[in-house]
Design a protein around this ligand. Sequence first.
Ligand code: TGC
Ligand code: FAD
Length: 390
Amino acid sequence: PDLFQAPDYYNLDDLLTEEHKMVRDAAREWVKRDVSPIIEEAAQEAKFPKSIISGLAEIGAFGPYIPEEYGGAGLDQISYGLIMQEIERGDSGVRSTASVQSSLVMYPIYKYGSEEQKKKFLPKLASGEFMGCFGLTEPDHGSNPGGMVTNFKDKGDHYLLNGAKLWISNSPFADIAVVWAKNEEGRIHGLIVERGMEGFSTPETHNKWSLRASATGELIFDNVKIPKENLLPNKSGLGAPLGCLDSARFGIAWGAIGAAMDCYDTALRYAKERMQFGKPIAGFQLQQKKLAEMITEITKAQLLAWRLGVLRNEGKATSAQISMAKRNNVEMALNIAREARQVLGAMGITGEYSIMRHMMNLESVITYEGTHDIHLLITGMDITGIPAFS
Ligand code: TGC
Ligand code: FAD
């Protein structure tokens, strides 16, 4: 098949195994076949394309690194990264759906859940039969999730959950939500909330100019009775949700490269074909500067992501290293989207090309999973030993 152009300026393919390349190419082919043709219309109409769920499951995007005994794909971290890269080449919103399902729903159940919870939920989440969402952010607590007010009380044979979450990807259609809430002592725990529980609702957030092909909404808990077996028993405290974010942020560091590659590829092709003043605009120095800087930045980001993948495989990557890669690579992608759009002139603002959609999507990506500035402060804390958050 006619796959996308995949800039590989430093022969990074030499660092990949046959399995990595197979997994990546399968994801690439699927995106080209099933995502690219429908995604612009889905974004224009602000509708999550449910038709992609089964395809995401088939390419292993739901739980790439969750062991096969629980329905996951049993792959390593670099394969996970490559899948995210290929999906985000299509659309950041589609990658969001995969990130949330894998790293924010399956991961906490796998890491912090009981054997019964793993058996009950993981295989269905891996196949896409169940879709999940992750409730950490609240209306008054975004960058500072430790201040959350959502809480649960022990009522003997069940818990009673109250509060609200905002900006939750996939909430409008999710079957289950992994929700972070404080107990009576103020300790944060994860709870699995299931659609249909009385007092639980998930209104959709409308009028987004970004991530329009992804459904975003609220989670509202009004005296929701939660069975005791739905509490994740094996980790509590803010470190529990932040541990899930490490995994999702790692995937975003790779995913952003995919969005950048698509913008670069589109701009390069266009510049070689578009004639002005009697020659292709790719022949003008100012356009070459843009294109040359794009491929330089993509190459640096690829090296950062690959090395981080090796460290993750060895269990050695620190949270601060992940923050650096998320921050760098998303900013890189957003800058490339802005430059690439200019290369296309007026055509760049239309839905005929993917660039403007990537650019608008990346405004969410640079904000969610820890804002650009919060990740800078994480690096600052890591190198000085002094937190500057408050
Ligand atoms: P702090 O006192 O530093 O830490 C509290 C406890 O957590 C531990 N910890 C971590 N553990 C695992 N992984 C990490 N990355 C960790 N970072 C910290 C820490 O050791 C401590 O443990 P303990 O045992 O000593 O209690 O916490 P703080 O309140 O000062 O906050 C630090 C800060 C600001 C870095 C953190 O709150 C933060 O990262 N804020 C950003 C919030 C955020 O990223 N929200 C994302 C919501 S989910 C989302 O956006 C999904 S979008 C998905 C999509 O659609 O793709
Ligand atoms: P705020 O925390 O209010 O920050 C506003 C500004 O202040 C930012 O620029 C920030 O960097 C800055 N700031 C804050 N604190 C400091 C400080 N100490 N020093 C310097 N500057 C500071 N959350 C979930 O839980 N689950 C999801 O699935 C999810 N999906 C999302 C999907 C989308 C499309 C979006 C846009 C967001 C999503 N989020 C989700 C929420 C996201 O994680 C938060 O938006 C993000 O963490 C920032 O919180 P906030 O928007 O409240 O901004």
